[in-house]
Design a protein around this ligand. Sequence first.
Ligand SMILES: [Zn+2]
Length: 313
Amino acid sequence: MSTAVKASPLRRRGGRPVPGGPHPIVRAPWSLRSAGGVQILSLAPFKTLPWLVHGFSTRSGGTSVLDSGERVSNLGFTAWDRREAVLKNRQIFQSALGASDLELVLLRQFHSSLVRFFADAPRDPLKGDASLTATPGLALGVQTADCVPILLVDPKKRAVAAIHAGWRGTLRRITEKTVGEMRKRFRSSPEDLLAAIGPAIGACCYEVGTELVTQFTSQFADARDWFDELRTGDEPNPLQWLNRMPPGHQPPPRNVRLDLPAANRSQLIAAGLAGKNIFGSDLCTACHPDLFFSYRKEGDGSGRLLSVVGIRP
Ligand SMILES: [Zn+2]
């Protein structure tokens, strides 16, 4: 399995730049389009399915106003924003998606591995971190600001799922579990499933404590592949010799960087998806504050992105 993960397209930085595309970092099969004053990231293999609605929100546009005066499309209820502004932003985003006639089902996310099946829209949002449905007229959404949003589509059974995977949910195998629920509920064959791994904090920026190495390696055979070399928490320190420690006697490493999208890709492979059917955006939320929200970068003042997948009525 470890080989499969290493050979996966996620590691292969690439794809061709979109000719004349609006943003140089977005590469095929992903694209960014403007609609209704906002920009939506979407995936070509999903667009070929006429019954499907999908999109990943981005930062700009919308009616929320940051302290800096910047207007943003914040799609989650945060302490700094007005509820009416968020609801308005959701309306704008949903309309830009061409999904105004769908009912949007969101979750009260809490970094769990709780997967919810929806036959109908609930009266009030339920707790959970992944959702699935095969009901026309429903759109599922997950909110993120660094965590990994994953959308799953079964083109044969016309079923969809949306996953919110932070490190806790990833450790609890939420992505693998969601595929299992799709098999159970819809008789989905994993080899038919298409997966889109949206913008999330990348291995370039996601520094975590070394205790996570132990937690992940005790659970996953290929977890070592998802961490960069152990580094000292004091880096960058160009004057290492100042601590007067001889080589080999450096303080123990305190921080490492975790590749959360790769960990989730690995769960999709473990659940039976074909590597060619998994599409990683390779877009780091922390590296691109002009395009996304990043909790690591912006803290409590960060907005929330919304990733949506639904079935046309
Ligand atoms: Zn980054």
